[in-house]
Design a protein around this ligand. Structure first.
Ligand SMILES: Cc1cc2ncn([C@H]3O[C@H](COP(=O)(O)O)[C@@H](O)[C@H]3O)c2cc1C
Ligand SMILES: O=C(O)c1cccnc1
Length: 352
């Protein structure tokens, strides 16, 4: 139960609107040696990154990936195609450098740390592992709240603290938690007032009957927690420890003017909760890709977001975000390095 004692201090957001800087950036972009608007969405991206970093010469410095891992009590109801043990096994795979996110992170030279937010298993100390286990898996949300108020707030606060101490000005949050597409679907349905059918999908690969079963279970979970309204209470009742930590990480990162490079369905569900808690957080977000998980379309609509890529990916871990990362480098590359019409001595449109 949330009571008056359970208060979460949210970091305040810096103001993004800056008409002078916006005019300067637009002027720079329009003066580059290209037809007007010819770099398409890279131009809007360059403008957004300039406004987030609050400079006309934005640079990405020391980009960071944090992969948050945790288990879900709801997996006892058979909502995932894979067993819960895969969460712990995949954490070991991350630490050994063998997962998709490791490959892409190495490819683009992005620092990666794995966070144990609540995996049902133990790990030996490892330089890339941050141990913040709040509890061993959430409780089964069909029976009771997944987290109590203290646990949920602790997870959000841990996520904030982690980012406060991290270097860099761009953050990718990834996740690993068998069962977490169920938590994301529940959060989307509840916070977006959407029918659960439009928010559920195969996750790691459920077939038609598996999706029917998942939908039936999630319908019951929503009924059990039907009286909740406050986004933090909804997060505690139906979310996950890794999602709660991602919420804290995103809130903190935005408050420090970091670029939030958002992955797929599950990461976007954390952003939705963050946006409900602190409206405006999403303006610091770049949406990397459109996940093939069906609920992501609803979630993107709700957040009024148009992602950069649609590669039919549905993996999580932060993979879609890292794959889109070079587009941000290209946007900043043209802004900072391209010649202008005057510097290159090229005639602009309408010149005599
Ligand atoms: C081997 C393997 C690697 C993964 N990496 C990310 N996920 C993804 O799948 C899980 C969510 O799907 P569901 O809700 O259906 O369980 C999350 O752990 C997510 O990050 C994986 C899943 C598996 C099986
Ligand atoms: O898009 C995602 O985040 C996703 C989709 C399926 C499974 N895990 C994550």
């Amino acid at each position: 139960m949330f009571t008056a004692r359970h208060r979460l201090e949210l970091p305040s957001l810096p103001k993004l609107a800056n008409p002078e800087l916006e005019a300067e950036l637009k002027g720079l972009i329009d003066q580059k040696t290209k037809p007007l608007h010819a770099l398409g969405r890279l131009e809007a991206l360059a403008l957004q990154l300039g406004l987030i970093l609050n400079t006309s010469k934005p640079q990405i410095i020391d980009p960071q990936i944090r992969v948050f891992a945790a288990d879900h009590g709801l997996t006892a109801e058979g909502v995932s195609a894979y067993p819960k043990a895969v969460t712990q096994q995949m954490v070991l795979n991350f630490l050994a450098g063998g997962a998709a996110i490791n490959v892409f992170a190495r490819q683009h030279n992005i620092a990666l740390k794995v966070v144990d937010a609540g995996v049902d298993g133990d790990f030996e100390a490892h330089p890339d592992l941050i141990a913040l286990k709040v509890m061993r898996a959430t409780r089964n949300s069909l029976q009771t709240a997944a987290m109590n108020a203290d646990e949920c707030i602790q997870a959000v606060v841990c996520g904030m603290g982690l980012v406060r101490e991290a270097p860099g000005n761009l953050l990718i949050v990834g996740e690993m938690g068998i069962g977490n597409t169920s938590a994301a679907s529940l959060l989307l349905s509840k916070l977006g007032s959407l029918s659960i059918d439009s928010c559920v999908g195969p996750g790691t690969g459920l077939e038609v009957n598996g999706i029917k079963h998942k939908t039936a279970i999630l319908t019951q979970v929503l009924h059990k927690h039907r009286n909740l309204k406050n986004p933090l209470e909804v997060l505690a009742a139906m979310g996950g420890l890794e999602i709660a930590m991602m919420v804290g990480a995103l809130l903190q990162a935005a408050s420090q003017r970091r670029i939030l490079l958002i992955d797929g369905f599950v990461a976007s569900s954390a952003l939705l909760v963050a946006e409900k808690l602190q409206p405006g957080v999403k303006d610091f977000a770049v949406f990397s890709h459109h996940s093939a998980e069906p609920g992501h379309s609803q979630l993107l609509k709700l957040l009024d977001a148009t992602p950069l890529l649609d590669l039919q990916m549905c993996l999580g871990e932060g993979t879609g975000a890292v794959v889109a990362y070079p587009l941000l480098k290209s946007a900043l590359g043209f802004l900072n390095e391209m010649a202008s019409f005057s510097s290159a001595g090229i005639s602009n449109k309408d010149a005599e």
